[in-house]
Design a protein around this ligand. Structure first.
Ligand SMILES: NC(=O)c1ccc[n+]([C@@H]2O[C@H](COP(=O)([O-])OP(=O)(O)OC[C@H]3O[C@@H](n4cnc5c(N)ncnc54)[C@H](O)[C@@H]3O)[C@@H](O)[C@H]2O)c1
Length: 340
């Protein structure tokens, strides 16, 4: 654990997407630190809602101050009512339609949750004058940028999927609200997060299923891909560490527009080749992988690699969990959860 990621002193925290992978882990961590957590989620069926309900059941079993509301961010009146009845010290916005590939099949889901829903959330934060909004962005905003590691100051106006475009839009929408209404906001660019209670739509989960069933794993771009895989506990410590670091009001690069707004990469800073990843996972599962080499898929990026200088300087954060131990924790959880 980073030494200065101490428990924050804030009281009531709203987590959107609390039944999701990252939201669940964050809620658990904050409840353990005696925070009041209010969670919202629409429990949609993009992946099996039973897993979302199982995460919620875990949270509800804990001895903590946790309240859940099933709610869609696109429902502006419901959101506004929630903010009128609570005075959140922090809002951590994680709800979104995630997934790069699905954004080629169902763009409307991304427009609804990530654009309409995000605009509603910004309005609610503005009305309530929430002291700090932290919101999920993604490494996908870097698209096919050629300069690695990816640093926050790089241009990110060439996203190559609608998912990435909505995340980039969130960043600029948030900047505008932060500037206009002097609202402190922190954008979190997560890099391929994995771990127990993870996401069934993500590659590491699908690889696990295929390895266990003895089925061939589709390996895109013939394995010439790399990802900066980041373990969930490291991500959670990064978010917790930033909760009470209200961004300074500064001018945006090459602009006179000032805002209490900042963006951080949260990534392991150690990209792993896809084939190495698959081999490590297969070894931990005790089964040899079968590989099916395939060409590059539209929307996919070649590599991700986080420059973490900014968050390191701000809160001394860096990822602590090796791929080996993170994947071992995932495999142990998966085998237990599915009894395999
Ligand atoms: N997991 C990763 O590797 C990763 C990487 C980069 C960015 N992110 C971002 O981090 C955030 C959390 O991701 P996650 O991996 O926990 O995903 P997740 O899909 O497990 O969690 C998102 C949750 O939001 C809920 N949700 C979606 N649309 C909603 C809406 N309109 N109203 C209310 N709830 C809604 C879903 O039901 C889900 O439970 C997302 O914004 C995602 O885009 C994740």
């Amino acid at each position: 654990m980073p030494s200065d990621a101490e428990d924050p002193v804030t009281q009531q925290i709203l987590i959107s997407g609390v039944a999701g992978f990252i939201g669940f882990h964050l809620a658990k961590r904050l409840l353990a630190a005696n925070m009041q957590v209010v969670g919202i989620d629409n429990l949609n069926d993009y992946y099996d809602p039973a897993l979302k309900r199982a995460r919620l059941a875990q949270l509800q079993q804990l001895d903590g101050d946790f309240v859940f509301h099933q709610m869609d961010l696109a429902d502006a009146p419901a959101l506004s009512k929630l903010f009128a009845h609570n005075a959140f010290d922090r809002v951590v916005h994680l709800a979104a339609q995630a997934g790069v590939r699905y954004s080629l099949q169902n763009p409307q889901a991304y427009v609804q949750s990530n654009l309409v829903g995000f605009a509603n959330l910004l309005e609610a934060v503005r009305q309530a004058q929430t002291p700090h909004l932290l919101f999920a962005s993604s490494s996908s905003v870097y698209g096919l940028n050629t300069h690695t590691p990816f640093a926050e100051a790089q241009r990110t106006d060439a996203p190559i999927s609608l998912y990435a475009a909505t995340k980039k839009s969130n960043e600029v929408m948030a900047f505008t609200y932060s500037h206009l209404f002097d609202l402190p906001m922190t954008g979190l660019r997560f890099f391929t997060v994995y771990g127990p209670w993870g996401r069934p739509d993500m590659a590491y989960w699908r690889f696990t299923e295929k390895i266990l069933r003895g089925e061939p794993i589709p390996v895109f771009n013939e394995g010439q891909l790399a990802r900066d895989f980041t373990y969930i506990d490291d991500i959670v410590e990064g978010i917790v560490g930033l909760l009470d670091h209200i961004p300074d009001k500064v001018a945006a690069p090459q602009s006179q527009a000032q805002a209490p707004y900042v963006l951080y990469n949260l990534g392991h800073h150690q990209p792993v080749a896809l084939l190495t990843f698959i081999q490590t996972l297969a070894r931990l599962l005790g089964r040899p992988p079968q590989l099916q080499m395939l060409p590059m898929q539209p929307g996919d990026v070649l590599t991700t690699h986080a420059d973490i200088t900014a968050i390191q300087q701000r809160i001394g954060w860096q990822a602590q969990t090796s791929l080996e131990s993170g994947l071992a924790a995932f495999v142990a959880w998966y085998q237990d959860y599915f009894d395999v």
